[in-house]
Design a protein around this ligand. Structure first.
Ligand code: BDR
Ligand code: CA
Length: 317
């Protein structure tokens, strides 16, 4: 049976590929998409989420969540994702009615017959609000799979210690890790291995339909020096942060994980937003499956196959 999922997201170049991968994969049942401020302002992320849902022919609801971190100022990343969040790629504006984001999360979790997996690939503000405003509903979640944080050498891209999604709203992230529902953390130490360029998606590139056209543009519009520099043995490409988190739900063999207690620094002078993995087991029972290994070929093949199938479907529609 397909796993019911909700994607909480700040589209976002890599968010777009992640949503496409979910739309193309029968292993998951996409119940809804909820936008949050992050890579760019909420006005853009929500517009992008709705426009992408239209392009993909999704009939699930789209929500518009938090415009600001819980208690801090925003610091968007237009230098990475472009001013519109899609590296300048313009989709037709959607006429969809957007639902308020946090109530939509709560409604979809309550209405699902099976426990929902929430895949959070932006800052964790909506999720933290769900936990404080609807704690009993949040406890019904099967697990939170987050793209965020990092460990070992790859702890940061927004700052030397901190990954963007966690750094954007560290107070929200700290609440999510401490809440008590299992978390899978797909952090930079994993996503910097998951580099994808056009040559890794040959069937999709040859297909040439609407999804292929957009992916081609996005792959060449992403300006993340930390991700590209991490290329190493896997060769250059775009770090697929967010679609790796989706892949971890669709095909768990794509990553290997270890179980640790993880907390977030949110009062530090120079380390705000750092995820701290307690390898020593000093701080409590493990709360997080931390992704370490990535089967890069398996991941690239999954993206290539699924997005090609999606593109073929869109061309025929
Ligand atoms: C994360 O931040 C954003 O730039 C990406 O969309 C991804 O979710 C990577 O640090
Ligand atoms: Ca994102």
């Amino acid at each position: 049976m397909a796993i019911p999922i909700i994607i909480d997201t700040d589209p976002g170049i890599d968010d777009a590929l992640a949503i496409m991968l979910a739309a193309a994969s029968p292993e998951v049942d996409l119940l809804g998409i909820v936008a949050v401020a992050g890579n760019v302002a909420l006005e853009h992320t929500s517009r992008n989420a709705a426009a992408l849902a239209d392009l993909l022919g999704l009939d699930c609801p789209v929500g518009k969540g938090a415009a600001l971190p819980l208690w801090r100022d925003t610091h968007f990343a237009p230098e990475v994702h472009g001013a519109n969040g899609f590296g300048g790629y313009e989709l037709p504006a959607s006429q969809r009615e957007l639902e308020p984001g946090v109530p939509l999360l709560a409604r979809l979790i309550e209405e699902s017959a099976e426990p929902v997996t929430v895949v959070a690939i932006g800052p964790l503000t909506n999720i933290a609000m769900l936990m404080s405003e609807h704690p009993e509903t949040a406890r019904k979640v099967e697990r939170f799979v987050i793209m965020g944080g990092g460990t070992l050498r790859d702890t940061g891209n927004a700052t030397p210690t901190s990954e963007f999604n966690i750094y954007f709203d560290p107070d929200a992230a700290a609440r999510v890790f401490r809440f008590g529902v299992p978390v899978t953390m797909v952090g930079l130490n994993a996503t910097h291995q998951a580099l994808v360029a056009e040559k890794h998606l040959p069937d999709l590139m040859a297909s040439g339909g609407p999804a292929a056209k957009m992916v081609k543009h996005l792959l060449n519009s992403y300006h993340d020096e930390a991700g590209v520099a991490a290329g190493g043995e896997h060769g250059a490409g775009m770090a697929q942060h967010d679609s790796l988190a989706l892949a971890a739900v669709i095909d768990p063999a794509v990553i290997t994980t270890e179980h640790y207690y993880v907390d977030v620094e949110n009062t530090g002078r120079i380390t705000n937003g750092m995820t701290v993995v307690d390898y020593l087991g000093r701080w409590g029972e493990p709360n997080t499956d931390v992704a370490f290994g990535v089967d890069v070929e398996r991941f690239r093949n999954l993206l290539n196959t699924r997005l090609t199938e999606l593109d073929t479907r869109l061309k025929e529609a």
